[in-house]
Write a protein that binds this ligand. Sequence first.
Ligand code: SAM
Length: 199
Amino acid sequence: MWEERYAKSGDYLFGEQPAQVLVENPWMIDGASTCLCVADGEGRNAVWLAGQGLSVTSFDLSPTAVGRARELAAKSDVQVDSHVSDWDGWDWSQAFDLVVAIYVQFMWPEERKKQFETLRRAVRPGGRIILHGYTPEQIEFGTGGPPNPENMYTTKLLSEGFGDWRILRLAAYEREVQEGRGHSGQSALIDLVAEKPIT
Ligand SMILES: C[S@@+](CC[C@H](N)C(=O)[O-])C[C@H]1O[C@@H](n2cnc3c(N)ncnc32)[C@H](O)[C@@H]1O
């Protein structure tokens, strides 16, 4: 479904600019050198992070999206180690200073536990995760994201998933988003930034 969606779209479905949350909260990447951008689509976040001086690895299941991500990196004169990979096919044993998961709400609740486990594994001890997505209120707005409230995040759900880490930011809020045709309009958002304990 994603490959088809990207192939049909002649341009960058989610735009070429990074998610606003990254640009508006530069502190979130402080101290990181290596970064993994999961399900990074057309590369807008990975390219911006590489432009901030991070060594960025990324993956997405859509070959068309990863092709666009490579073009965006070349055009932006940055290096990104980008891969075509399904979530389950990714080698989760490598740990990074920073893991960035932006709009990755394609998994159902029963798969999400495993998804969070893999994300947790990919952060090195003392490293951080940035998780950004929609709350169930987004269904009313209909301006992006999956059509099912079950896919969305709440502060309770994210606290349960990462409550044993040091929470640096956990916030649900509403705002206007303009991130390509895919994410456009008033939106119900949620951010988590959490640091993995060293022991
Ligand atoms: C809403 S888009 C977000 C893309 C990107 N993170 C961004 O913010 O622009 C969701 C992405 O998840 C990818 N995706 C969906 N299911 C996946 C899976 N099982 N494994 C890897 N990527 C997947 C899609 O190809 C798509 O690029």
